[in-house]
Design a protein around this ligand. Structure first.
Ligand code: LHQ
Length: 264
């Protein structure tokens, strides 16, 4: 896949910081950026030293979704197969984010439109700058909410708000998104990155296996019966109870000190 500066990736103290980096195009997605983002999440999966991911955008926006200049219809040629684009470029990354058993924090530093908004909403904990806006821009250009948006919006907000946002493409401000439970919280612009970094650092110093199992359980709850969920809790707790971090957590409690989790 090779090096690409369309996504900046750096690991520090267990946090893999992933920065969408086409600021002159509001971090809209071309193929190179897709491949680089997917590679970053594969790295997060493969490297045990990575214990949390922090996703954000360079410049004044988070992401404006698909790069609409990439396939200019005025240039002619056959209509592109957008289903193929989703299956090849978006969906693998979205599946990786959900399947990654490590916390993924998203710091929405500015406008998040179209697939850009919905990639953010696929992350585990979303913080947004107060000036950020979430726009389901798809209906403005004749498309449907993709990148998991039809699922996330409906699951999180219910049909009335999901339909209104998707059909009208009206911008949703960060404070309302937080009040509706679409994101974790809205943060004053100047404090966003500091707060997101502190959260990522805290989670990266956590009991990584237990946090990953917690993510798995919460995601499973949406499709399972209460009985099946109790079974899954039993299995996950069994696994968590065998980790070194559980021993350390209990030992530290009994010794009245702060635990030192190693993610094992
Ligand atoms: C952009 C873009 C952009 C290129 C800003 N592309 N240049 C689609 C098709 C294929 C496969 C499957 O999935 C999808 C999913 C999608 O994501 S569809 C939705 C695509 N996104 C949009 O429709 C949003 C388009 N952008 C906008 O509506 C505005 O730019 C927003 C509301 C995001 C921000 O507005 P402003 O803050 O006023 O910024 P701006 O419009 O002036 O943009 C700044 C620059 O970025 C500008 O370039 P320029 O050279 O004129 O300075 C824009 O052209 C460029 N840009 N979005 N998606």
């Amino acid at each position: 896949m090779g090096h690409s500066d369309t996504v900046l990736v750096a690991r520090e103290n267990g946090v893999l910081r992933v920065t969408l980096n086409r600021p002159e195009k509001l971090n809209s997605f071309n193929e190179e950026m897709h491949l680089a983002l997917c590679a970053a999440f594969r790295r997060a999966h493969d490297e045990p030293e990575v214990r949390a991911v922090l996703l954000t955008g360079a410049g004044r926006g988070f992401s404006a979704g698909q790069d609409l200049g990439d396939r200019d219809p005025r240039k002619g040629g056959p209509a592109p197969d957008l289903g193929h684009t989703l299956e090849t470029f978006y969906n693998p990354t979205l599946r990786l984010i959900r399947a990654l058993e490590k916390p993924v924090i998203c710091a929405v530093n500015g406008v998040a439109a179209g697939a850009g908004a919905n990639i953010a909403l696929t992350c585990d904990i979303v913080l947004a700058a107060e000036s950020a806006r979430f726009i389901q821009a798809f209906s403005r250009i004749g498309l449907i909410p993709d990148a998991g948006g039809s699922w996330s919006l409906t699951r999180i907000l219910g049909e009335p708000r999901a339909k209104a946002l998707a059909l009208t493409a009206e911008p949703l401000d960060a404070a309302t998104a937080a009040a509706w439970g679409l994101i974790w919280k809205a943060v004053p612009d100047a404090e966003l990155m500091g707060e997101a970094e502190a959260l990522a650092a805290r989670l990266a110093a956590g009991p990584t296996i237990g946090l990953g199992l917690t993510k798995r359980l919460i995601q499973a709850a949406g499709t399972q019966s209460f009985d099946a969920q109790l079974d899954l809790e039993r299995d996950c707790q069994r696994e968590a109870g065998r980790t070194a971090d559980y021993s350390e957590g209990v030992t530290a409690f009994l010794e009245k000190r702060t635990p030192e989790f190693r993610g094992q």
